[in-house]
Every structure is written in C-alpha cells, then in structure tokens.
Write a new protein. Structure first.
Ligand SMILES: Nc1ncnc2c1ncn2[C@@H]1O[C@H](COP(=O)(O)OP(=O)(O)OP(=O)(O)O)[C@@H](O)[C@H]1O
Ligand SMILES: Nc1ncnc2c1ncn2[C@@H]1O[C@H](COP(=O)(O)OP(=O)(O)OP(=O)(O)O)[C@@H](O)[C@H]1O
Ligand SMILES: [Mg+2]
Ligand SMILES: [Mg+2]
Lengths: 282, 283
C-alpha cells in the first residue's frame, strides 16, 4: 500500500521578521513499507515528525527528496495526486472543525459529490458509511447536537464515502471523553477488519495495544518498528524517547520489581487481572 | 471560597435555530487553594463554565463570585482587576496563540501585568523550561510548531503569569507522555509551593483522580455530583451512563476485590497499587 524510500522533508521557518529563513528538517530519511490491511500505530514525542509523515501519505505534502509510493504511484508526480488523495483519507483532532454541512448526511455526501459520483451511488455510499460507523439514526440530524465521539464518527463516515484504501487518524481521540474514545476505537478496529489499512497516530499508549504494528518516530526517522508487545517490552528505550508504557505494563514492572510474580509483558487490565488472580491465588 | 457559581445559566445563540442551553442552573464553589477537577462528556458544558470564571462569557442568568466579589456586577475597572487573578489555558491552543513569535506570546501576559523587562525575560525563560520547549523554539512563529509544541507554548504563556487561579482546559491533549508527566508535575509543584487554586478540566480520568482533591462531574449543563476522588469514582455505574469511566488502576482493584482480594479500593496510582498488592502477596 505504502512504500517510503529515504524521504526527507524540510519546512522553511521564517519567524523573526529580520532574520534569514532557516530550513528545518522534519523528516530525516524515512524508510517504511506498509501492506494493505495493516493496522499501524505511530507514536513519538512532540515534534518528532508524525503529522508531517501523515501528510505525505495522502500527498498533502510531497518529499523534499526521496520517494513515497502509494499503491505503486509516486506522490511527487502531479498526475498521481488525485488518485492518492482518493485512496487515503484523514481524520484530525478537533471534532468541531471537520464537519461543514448543517445536516449529517449532507456532510458525508460532500466528498463523493466532489469526486463527481452519480447521485444514486452517492446515496448508497452515504447510507453505507453512516451504517458502518453506527450513525445511521442521525442521518438527518444537525451536527451541533452530536457528542464529540459522534462527530468524529461522522467525520470517519465522510472519509469512508470516498471509498479509501487507508484512513490516517491524527490524534482523532485526543478530545474525546472515555465513551467517545472507545466508540471511535471500536469503529477503527471494525474498519480494519473489513480490510481498510489504518494508520493511528496517538499519544495514548493504551490505544497502541490494539494495533498489529507500531512505529516509534524520533527526530524525523522511524526509530523502532515492531508489534505492541515487542515495543512495550523496551520500556527504558521508550522513556528515553519521551514515551511510556501502558498503565498496566508500568504496574507489572513495579510488581515484578517488588517480587510479585507477574509477567512484565502485561498490556491490559484483563491480562493483569489474569496474572494477579494466579499470583494471589484468588 | 475563591470561586463560585450561583444558579449560573448560559444559553448560546438565543432566539436562533442553534439556540443551546449549555449551562442549566449551575451552583458550585471551589475553596481557596484547592486542586479541583472537572470531568464530563463532550458537550456537557465544561468549557462554557470555565470561560465565565474570567469573564470571557457572560451569564445568561445567575452569578459568578470571584474572591468574594460578584464578577459581573463589578464595574469595568474592578472586573479587569478581578480577571487578572485568573489565568486560563484554552482547550485549543490556536485560540490562544496570536503573536508573531513564541517568545512574544509568552511575554504578553507578564508584560501586561506591568512587570519589568528583566522580570519578563526571566519569566519567559522559566516558563519555556517548565513546558520543555527548547530555547530555539522561542524565535519561531506559533504556526511553525507541531500540535504538542503549540500546546506547550500556550501553557507556558499562562504559567508565566503565575495566576492566583489557574484554569486548564484539556491541557494534556496532544502532549507526549513525558511532556504530560512533566507539565502536570510542574503544575502540582507550583500548587503545593504557592498555594494557588487550580481547576483542571480533563477527559483523563487517571490524571484527575491522581491530582484533584475535589472533582465536579458535569452532565448536560448541570453538575451531576461532586466530591473527593474516592467519592466520585465509587459511582462507577453512574459515570459510565454519562460517558465517563474510572481510572484503570481503580478498575483493576475493584475487580480484584470482587474476586475476594483484601485490598483497599481508593488507590489511584500504579506505585501505591503495587505496594498494596505486594503486602497482600507477602501476607
Ligand atoms: N458558540 C456556540 N454556539 C452554539 N452552541 C455552542 C457554542 N459553543 C458551544 N456550544 C454548545 O454548548 C454545549 C457545551 O459546549 P462546551 O464546549 O462547553 O462543552 P465541553 O464540556 O467543553 O465539551 P468538550 O469535552 O467537547 O470540550 C455543546 O452542546 C456545544 O455544542
Ligand atoms: N508549518 C510548519 N512550518 C515550519 N515548521 C513546521 C511546520 N509544521 C511543523 N514544523 C516543524 O516540524 C517538526 C515536526 O512537526 P510535526 O507536526 O510533524 O510533529 P508531530 O510528531 O506530529 O508532533 P506532535 O506530537 O506535537 O503533533 C516540528 O519540530 C515542527 O516545529
Ligand atoms: Mg502532530
Ligand atoms: Mg471543552
């Protein structure tokens, strides 16, 4: 689905009125290959290049050097941009900024209308997309009555209506309450189950657990690449990179250090409960 | 009481089809020197409520008391003086950052307080360090920062004023784990040494449970209930019904207790939980 070969990206930073513009290298030689249907979580400290990388995946940005191929098409070629934008959708942090129409179903129809899809097909796509995010009951509703989690699911439906192969979530759960967050994550997992490639950028280590693969970015490169268990097994390195392990993994380390026999590989409350039920003979 | 709301109601866009009663008769008070948490589902009215505390929004009806004064009955001059006691970090940093450089943005508040330029530079340098922004970032435009760096700059601008009442609206959204720990730690440290009042609005149940001594739970424009972390999280079912949850450590302990483990329920950090479990294990 994606193949990045030594991509570099420089921003021009021109803040001070009288100083000369300086270049800032935000991507510093990214190599990656992501297969169709994968679920990749991307973590990394603030400024490590996650959003910049994400914007390359749907050609909002194009590499200063190096090449990114999306389904075999290089994003740096003008003639491929349309195809690339269609194949990869994005969902962002602020639920209030992503919905423009005054009726939910019109908002979802917006994308396919822009693509010139014929009306009957638009109808099918809107209904199908809203059903997929379990928002069909709100088709005629005004977006401002929705909760944050519901708004994010409408935004996802809007992306789905474009029939993408991949959806990139750039901290899409950062502003949601616990229920909204779990609704969105369930939706994300279900879409992945239907074969859609998922790239989930997040600062919540608990969310990373549901991915198949994790990229840890640092200073513009992918510094670590592995399964959640492999990555969270290296807590010292993660902390050096400004990150952390999930709460339950941290607790497992504390317990193991204190001599309570639990595996340090624990990631979730369920797993911890299992370990402790045995250790405490409950 | 440093801060109180009395029967506070706020209706947005009154008389239009978008009319929305965002606050519905809120009565609450925050003791001086408290670390208060505010939790509630998206759209429950948290941001609307706290924007009344520094007079960014005016009540449709009801009152706001700040340090013993009726904020909206005060004349202009007095209201300005009262507002200066309150520092508010907005939910979206883009709504807060407006200067051409990060340096100027952080200096704006301290300058307005009439501090000397030496003191302003000292405060800016100190605030940059508190939020973990490198010195070079100070010369950048806020729009050239990543999401989490913007958030840090916005927090720095408010911390630099050392306000008597510090209000933070989702301050950790977008921060990396280390930044979140360090900045919350810094806020806690300032609170303990300066004795200021802090109001933390957050969807992070773990953080609120760990930091706050009183929690207000909002639901549909009302305060559903309030109390200490132990009192609030005891209502796990009620919380779930209104879109909230209990902290993970709390949940784990609850499940262990249900299975017969003799453990205390009111623990909100991994360290404390580990100690309690160890004691039981060795017993
Ligand atoms: N300018 C506005 N006009 C109309 N309605 C508004 C406006 N601002 C907010 N609202 C509505 O008022 C209600 C309360 O919003 P508020 O932003 O205070 O909630 P919140 O608890 O801070 O939510 P979140 O957790 O998403 O930040 C919501 O239903 C919101 O849609
Ligand atoms: N529009 C811009 N102009 C100039 N520099 C930028 C711009 N956007 C980002 N940068 C710089 O590029 C670097 C990477 O930014 P990016 O937004 O990709 O980080 P990120 O990993 O998404 O961080 P965060 O976790 O804070 O969202 C940062 O150091 C930032 O200062
Ligand atoms: Mg980002
Ligand atoms: Mg809010």
């Amino acid at each position: 689905m994606f193949k990045a070969e030594q991509i570099y990206f420089e921003y021009t930073q021109t803040a001070e009125e009288d100083s000369a513009p300086a270049n800032y290298v935000a991507l510093n030689g990214v190599d990656a290959e992501i297969q169709k249907g994968e679920f990749v979580a991307v973590v990394g400290r603030n400024g490590s290049g996650k959003s910049t990388f994400a914007k390359h995946l749907n050609a909002l940005l194009s590499p200063t050097s190096g090449t990114l191929w999306v389904n075999g098409a290089a994003t740096s070629k003008e003639e491929n941009i349309w195809q690339v934008r269609k194949s990869t959708g994005m969902v962002f942090q602020n639920p209030d900024n992503q919905i423009i129409a005054s009726v939910v179903e019109e908002d979802v129809a917006f994308g396919p209308e822009n693509l010139g899809v014929e009306p009957g097909e638009i109808r099918r796509r809107v209904d199908g997309s809203l059903a997929a995010v379990r928002m069909a009951d709100f088709a005629k509703a005004a977006p401002h009555i929705l909760s944050g989690g519901q708004k994010q699911r409408v935004a996802i439906a809007g992306v789905l209506a474009m029939r993408p192969d991949c959806i990139v979530f750039d901290e899409a759960t950062a502003m949601l309450d616990p229920l909204g967050r779990s609704e969105v994550l369930e939706t994300v997992a279900a879409l992945n189950g239907e074969g859609i490639t998922i790239i989930l950028i997040t600062h919540f280590m608990e969310e990373v657990v549901i991915a198949n693969r994790v990229f840890v970015m640092n200073e513009g490169v992918i510094e670590m690449d592995g399964s959640p268990r492999e990555i969270f097994g290296q807590s010292k390195k993660l902390r050096e990179l400004g990150l952390d392990v999930p709460h339950m993994t941290a607790l497992a380390h504390e317990l193991a250090d204190l001599g309570v026999p639990v595996s340090r590989g624990v990631l979730t409350v369920g797993e911890m409960l299992f370990e402790l039920t045995a250790a405490l003979k409950l | 009481m440093i801060l109180a709301a009395e029967n506070l109601t706020h209706i947005y866009q009154r008389g239009t089809v978008f009319e929305k009663k965002a606050l519905d008769g809120i009565t609450m008070s925050v003791p001086k020197g408290a670390f208060a948490g505010v939790i509630g589902h998206t759209g429950s009215g948290k941001s609307t409520l706290i924007q009344h505390f520094n007079a960014l929004l005016e009540p449709t009806s009801g009152k706001v008391w700040l340090d013993g004064e009726d904020l909206f009955a005060a004349d202009k001059k007095k209201r300005k003086r009262l507002r200066e006691k309150v520092g508010l970090v907005f939910q979206y940093p883009e709504h807060q950052l407006f200067e051409t450089t990060v340096q100027k943005d952080i200096a704006f508040g301290p300058q307005n307080m009439g501090l000397s330029s030496d003191e302003v530079s000292r405060r800016v340098a100190e605030a940059l360090e508190w939020v973990g922004l490198p010195k070079e970032a100070a010369q950048l435009s806020p729009f050239e920062l990543s999401g989490g760096q913007k958030r840090r700059a916005a927090i720095a601008g408010v911390l630099a004023m050392k306000p008597e009442v510090l209000i933070l609206d989702e301050p950790t959204a977008g921060l990396d784990p280390r930044g979140k720990n360090e900045i919350l730690g810094q806020i806690k440290k300032m609170h303990e040494s300066a004795g200021n009042t802090v109001i933390l609005v957050s969807h992070g149940m773990d953080d609120v449970a760990r930091l706050a001594d009183i929690i207000f739970v909002m639901n549909n424009g009302r305060i559903e209930f309030s109390g200490s972390p132990a009192e609030v999280f005891r209502e796990a079912d009620k919380l779930a019904k209104i879109g909230l949850a209990v902290p993970q450590v709390y949940l784990l302990l609850r499940e262990l207790i249900k299975r017969g483990a003799d453990l205390p329920q009111n623990i909100f950090t991994a360290e404390a939980a580990a100690q309690a479990i160890k004691k039981l294990y060795e017993h």
